[in-house]
Design a protein around this ligand. Sequence first.
Ligand code: FAD
Length: 317
Amino acid sequence: MSILIYAESAEGKFKKVAFELASYAKKVAESLGTTVTALTVNVSDVSELGKYGVDKVLKVSNDKLAGFNAKAYADVIKQAAQKEGTKLVLLSSTTDSIYLSPLVAVALEAGFASNVVGLPISTSPFQVKRNAFSNKAFNITEISTDVKVLGLAKNSYGLFESAGAATAEDFSPSIGDDDFGVKVESVEKVTGKVSIADADIVVSGGRGLKGPENWGLVENLAEVLGAATACSKPVSDLGWRPHSEHVGQTGKPVATNLYIAIGISGAIQHIAGINSSKVKVVINNDPEAPFFKVADYGIVGDAFEIVPKLTEKLKAF
Ligand code: FAD
């Protein structure tokens, strides 16, 4: 039995999380003495998956699956898992997969662990380590069902290339009208900018920036770094920035390599959503701001002086 991963994509291109999941699956497969099969939906060129350890790709091409629909996608993953006789299904922790994973687990009558970090601690009994309490603690979860579903925490494993190429096979699951009982339509603005979900670096602004007219500071720094822009909750509540940029406990979770917070105090609800980022930098004129307690690097000073200078210096590189 091979391990099955769902390799997420958007607009026919793989998301970075697909390669991280493949790298992780490869390592798990080695420890179990098995191979990795990836399920893809509406992606024509799947060759890149081979570079990250996938042995076989099940390619689904179906116009009905053009937009994400959790019920239909869960049904497709279930059929792929049954076809492959897999006992272990791996998904990412993107917004789509967080929604999808429990449905897949129910469909397969499988035990499910979300937010998994690191390789399984043991395979018999099957135990994994998971982020808990908004990433402030870990717990060890044991899954005893025959089939298991895991959701890998974002940016928790990394990308590892391995020699080898994947074979591709067309797969045509049956997709009934029942699958589309609930239709969720998502409309995303195409801005040409980096999305928070795929970003390695996020530059985020808070109420300290005083108003939307000052967001050029955040955008210019983000552009120089090839970063996505984000904001604190009050900033999106005030309508200074779109809700899609709100990060934190009640917003999007962020697990980037570098998170730069400008004029953000570091309230517990904000930190809960960005705590998994590898390096956290804060720029704030109040040395007592709570963000300094969790930051790896901190600059005490006026963002309106510091950020333009930082942006100019980085441009020179
Ligand atoms: P403030 O707390 O007002 O902080 C502004 C900071 O800017 C201050 O530290 C100040 O020193 C600094 N500053 C001011 N001027 C300058 C300057 N010129 N240069 C540099 N620094 C300057 N918040 C989130 O962000 N995400 C969430 O998901 C979230 N979920 C919540 C859920 C619940 C149930 C609740 C109750 C709250 C939640 N909040 C969330 C809100 C959270 O508690 C804080 O109120 C919020 O994060 C504060 O936003 P802020 O840091 O932008 O603003």
